[in-house]
Write a protein that binds this ligand. Structure first.
Ligand code: BJW
Ligand code: ZN
Length: 257
């Protein structure tokens, strides 16, 4: 039996599944990953762009980077991995919880398109638990007010950056930077799903960034198993019952068939 066929058998016999996705899930959509030879952190230093201290020091630079990534993501489409997962989850409601570290919103877009194809009503906004936030949303750095469909940001000079209508503080992307806490309701729901699952499918993450990287550990501690899909081995691989090496966009449609 091939590794893919074995993974498919394990997934088919799972009663409840939690799926943890990372940047590799969206790589075939054209969204850059963070680590690795072509990753964002090769060209940009995380501490200059993805920390609260970086935003306090140079909000214009941080906004320039996020405005670039926002426009990049807006031009990307869900790939066969997003679509296969959305179909699998929507066809058996309550069986699968998707937890994503990605901020690109592609799981939601895939779910909307699959729901349309299946003639279903639009899926819940919480189709995927976005534990690191959403790049297309703004949040006030003062009062935390959210703006779902913000205007395009002009990051050419610091005086044109968006400010909160209520308190006047600078708006920022609604994402989680290093050293910031994750929304306790969202990560709490992710851990609850991991505890209840008999299988955790981990797709396209280096499994290095905590607390999200602990999701599979929670399933393992509750007696479940881990199936991993990645281009290469990760720190999680030795604890996975099945590690399938390859592209998510090719493997997930087979594993979730
Ligand atoms: C493919 C593929 C294909 C490619 N098919 N596969 C415990 C131990 C040590 C440190 C810590 C700890 N707990 C907390 C920390 C600190 C820190 C942390 O984890 N640091 C480690 C790096 C050492 N964590 C935090 O700071 C977190 N906050 C926190 O813990 O708060 C505590 C607190 C409590 C109370 C008060 C205050 C604080 C926050 C972490 C936030 C992470 N943010 C980012 C940026 C998000 C916004 C943005 O996008 O700009 O999230 S960093 C970045 O890494 C991003 C990602 O979601 C995250 C994970 O990356 P991911 O998805 O794994 O991507 P890559 O690139 O690493 O991997 C891609 C993988 O795909 C590779 O394996 C490829 O092989 C594979 N691949 N193509 C299949 N086609
Ligand atoms: Zn405000």
């Amino acid at each position: 039996m091939t590794a893919t066929a074995r993974a498919r058998t394990l997934v088919a016999s799972a009663e409840r599944m939690v799926v943890l996705t990372g940047a590799g899930m969206s790589a075939e959509s054209g969204v850059p990953t963070f680590r690795g030879p072509a990753g964002l952190w090769k060209s940009f230093r995380p501490e200059e762009l993805a920390t609260p201290r970086a935003f306090a020091r140079d909000p214009r630079l941080v906004w320039e980077w996020y405005a670039w990534r926002r426009s990049l993501v807006a031009d990307c489409q869900p790939n066969p991995a997003h679509l296969a997962l959305a179909r699998f989850a929507l066809e058996a409601p309550g069986r699968t919880t998707t937890v994503t570290q990605n901020v690109d919103g592609l799981h939601h877009r895939a779910a909307r398109s699959v729901a349309d194809d299946l003639g279903m009503s639009s899926p819940e906004p919480a189709f995927a638990l976005e534990v690191h936030g959403a790049i297309h949303r703004d949040r006030c750095s003062g009062c935390a007010r959210l703006v779902d469909t913000p205007a395009e940001v002009d990051a050419t000079d610091a005086t044109s950056l968006p400010r909160c209508d209520h308190c006047g503080h600078l708006m920022r992307p609604d994402v989680v930077w290093f050293g910031e806490p994750l929304d306790p309701d969202v990560i709490g729901a992710a851990f609850a799903a991991a505890r209840a699952a008999d299988l955790c499918l981990v797709v396209g993450t280096s499994a290095l960034v905590h607390p999200a990287a602990s999701v599979p550990d929670v399933t393992l501690r509750s007696g479940g198993i881990v199936v991993e899909v990645n281009l290469e081995p990760t720190p999680l691989s030795p604890r996975a019952t099945s590690s399938v090496m390859g592209r998510a966009g090719e493997l997930l449609p087979e594993i979730l068939a």
